[in-house]
Ligand binder design. Structure first.
Ligand code: 2AM
Length: 183
């Protein structure tokens, strides 16, 4: 079985900016910079045949390249149950449009529809028992983070491989954007 997701890698200049945020928060398990990405669609565990179908479906999903900027930091969870720290994405219709096309292609390929709302983000850390006061201080210093805009000219099929010090993400396939478009 393969654990798959579809995402957008971050360019080097954004990786550098994001990795500069990775300190000063007790209880944070920082995502290694090589793992930074924006998830378009989580697929989960599938067999090789389904992985092949997913790849084939994505081959038909294309569109223009588009700009994206990162804007602000946020957390999933509430109060002392905050569990993930992320960089948000400035509103970008083209990103939602691409995500919708990917979603339709996967459903056509036989995968169940995604029920969760798309909330684009780049996860920076997973938190456990981070004191609320420390998180508030960190957000006060870094919460208005901005990076980009950068051009999204491809998206990727990733495999998530579990490891002792957390998962590593491998790009299995890249799908270019901005090439020739049919009328
Ligand atoms: P996260 O960054 O918010 O943790 C690989 O695990 C990617 O898929 C991560 O970006 C992760 O989101 C996302 N992911 C993991 N499990 C998921 C799930 N059950 N539903 C949606 N996205 C998931």
């Amino acid at each position: 079985m393969l654990r798959l997701f579809i995402g957008i890698p971050m360019p080097e200049m954004v990786v550098e900016r994001l990795s500069a945020l990775a300190s000063g928060l007790p209880g944070a398990r920082w995502v290694p910079p090589e793992n930074y990405h924006l998830t378009l669609r989580f697929v989960g565990e599938v067999d090789e045949g389904t992985a092949h179908d997913v790849d084939e479906a994505l081959d038909y999903v294309t569109g223009p390249a588009f700009p994206v900027a990162l804007s602000g930091l946020g957390c999933f969870g509430r109060g002392h149950r905050q569990h993930a720290l992320w960089a948000g994405v400035a509103p970008a219709d083209a990103l939602h449009h691409l995500r919708d096309k990917v979603e339709s292609a996967l459903v056509r390929a036989g995968l169940p529809a995604e029920e969760r709302k798309f909330s684009p983000h780049v996860t920076l850390a997973y938190l456990s028992d981070t004191p609320e006061t420390r998180l508030a201080t960190y957000m006060g210093a870094n919460g208005l983070f901005q990076a980009g805009p950068f051009t999204v000219d491809r998206y990727c099929l990733y495999e998530s491989v579990p490891g002792r010090s957390g998962p590593s993400y491998h790009i299995l396939q890249e799908y270019p954007l901005g090439g020739w478009q049919p009328d």
